[in-house]
Design a protein around this ligand. Structure first.
Ligand code: GDP
Length: 451
């Protein structure tokens, strides 16, 4: 997501950096490049224009801040403006003072509404809530069946209701919605997620039904689910739904696809409603709250250390990781045994490529983002095999691993002496680098501890 935009913006900054001093002229050039990058990412034309104007005003009239170089100042301005554009704070999710909190899911067919309803339920469950799902798409039995499959896969409650013998229509929709809310109260569910009927296009019947549901349920949240890949079309339908329903937020799905990012960057400005969540895959956990500042950091190549840390905290064994970080940053360094443990932990977090993409492209991790594409995940299997073939003593005293031992280890792990040599060389470099980082700042140290 945002890969292309990110690359182009960073190129604009790089050109600016190469200039030595920032003059009015090369700011113009950088602004031109930024504008092209935004438009190529399918950002709404007015949004792009306004953004560039703001950046220009601030960049040209900027006060000289001694702590930042002129280029860094321009980057900071772009960063601040982008964060403003996306809505400064992480959008809060509203809960009812008296449960159940009702969340009405709106959107066109195929946008990912049913999948997202399930993801939202899974996210709420993870946060200690007790969600209940209901589908009121009485026109498409398959859609109701799909929600049931989704609910079962995440072990969430679903209200199915009895629709036999009753004609599909608004009366049935309203009855199901009312029954589901009662069921949520009786069974102690604190949130009710209502998956509604989607249509291929916005029509009066659909809007009428949504309006009635809104009046009936008085939902705390009306979330518009939009497919990010449809770019400005998603923005237009969000605008239309907002006019009729007064949305409380947007969920952008399929951000893992080759969406250029235009919808994400325009929706807030055009509709006034924040993007609250993004969908990043088909699985129930491919879903995250939308943090404007983190997303902008990612776009500008500053990485997303906060999300990385959160992900790590969810998956890694905290005690082990802290112990590793402590050893690695201390004068003694970490052993190959520690290294193997840590490798196993990191592999639990998913592909290394995705992890590396979240690192900043400047500072101690410089170049790692760019290297992400070249990572051979199988290499980890080989590295682990090599370490497995060492004796425990060798793992804790790498200095005794002589030529003869290297040969034995290579044979035992089905690798070559060169690969064993390479691992030992890299291990020595890493130990040195970590020790050096012992003096880095806290965030860097925590991130490094995970790596
Ligand atoms: P609905 O008609 O709006 O209820 O849409 P569905 O929930 O049935 O989703 C339509 C298709 O989009 C399905 O194949 C989903 O698996 C897929 N989908 C939904 N969200 C995402 C996402 O965030 N990423 C990807 N890659 N696919 C998604």
């Amino acid at each position: 997501m945002f890969d292309n935009l990110s690359e182009k913006l960073q190129r604009a900054f790089k050109n600016l950096r190469g200039q030595g001093t920032v003059t009015e002229e090369n700011i113009q050039e950088a602004l031109r490049e930024i504008r092209v990058a935004l438009l190529e990412a399918d950002v709404n034309l007015n949004v792009a224009k306004e953004l560039i104007e703001h950046i220009r005003e601030r960049a040209v009239g900027q006060q000289v801040m001694t702590a930042l170089s002129p280029t860094e100042q321009v980057i900071k301005i772009v960063r601040d403006e982008l964060v403003d554009l996306l809505g400064k704070d992480t959008a809060r999710f509203q809960f009812a003072s008296r449960p159940p909190t009702v969340i009405l899911m709106a959107g066109l067919q195929g946008s990912g509404k049913t999948t997202t309803s399930g993801k939202l339920a899974a996210w709420l469950k993870k946060g200690g809530h007790r969600p209940m799902l209901v589908s009121v798409d009485v026109y498409r039995p398959a859609a109701r069946e799909q929600l049931k499959v989704v609910a079962n896969s995440i072990n969430a409650k679903i209200y199915e209701g009895d629709t036999k013998g009753e004609a599909a229509g608004t009366a049935l929709v309203e009855r199901l919605a009312k029954e589901a809310r009662r069921e949520a109260v009786i069974t102690g569910c604190d949130t009710l997620i209502v998956d509604t009927a989607g249509r291929l296009h916005i029509d009066d019947n659909l809007m009428d039904e949504m309006t009635r549901l809104k009046a009936l349920l008085a939902p705390q949240e009306i979330l518009f689910v939009a497919d990010a890949m449809t770019g400005q079309d998603a923005v237009r339908s969000a605008q239309e739904f907002h006019r009729k329903l007064a949305l409380t937020g947007v969920v952008l799905t399929k951000m893992d696809g080759d969406a250029r990012g235009g919808a994400a960057l325009s929706i807030r400005h055009v509709t006034g409603q924040p993007v609250k969540f993004i969908g990043t895959g088909e699985k129930p956990d491919a879903f995250e709250p939308f943090h404007p500042d983190r997303i902008v950091s990612r776009i500008l190549g500053m990485g997303d250390i906060m999300s990385l840390i959160e992900k790590a905290e969810e998956t890694l064994d905290k005690k082990k990781s802290e112990e590793f970080a402590r050893k690695a940053l201390s004068g003694d360094g970490f052993s190959l045994e520690d290294f193997r443990d840590q490798l196993r932990q990191i592999r639990k977090m998913g592909s290394l490529q995705n992890i590396m993409k979240m690192l900043p492209s400047v500072g101690p991790f410089a170049g790692m983002q760019q290297m992400a594409g070249q990572v051979d995940e199988k290499q980890f299997v080989r590295v682990e095999a090599i370490i497995n073939s060492m004796t425990p003593y060798e793992r804790n005293h790498h200095e005794v691993i002589s030529g003869a031992r290297r040969k034995r280890i290579a044979n035992g792990s089905g690798t070559s002496v060169q690969e064993v040599n390479q691992l030992l060389r890299q291990y020595a470099q890493m130990r040195k680098m970590f020790k050096g980082l012992g003096k880095g700042n806290v965030l860097q140290r925590r991130a490094m501890g995970m790596m």
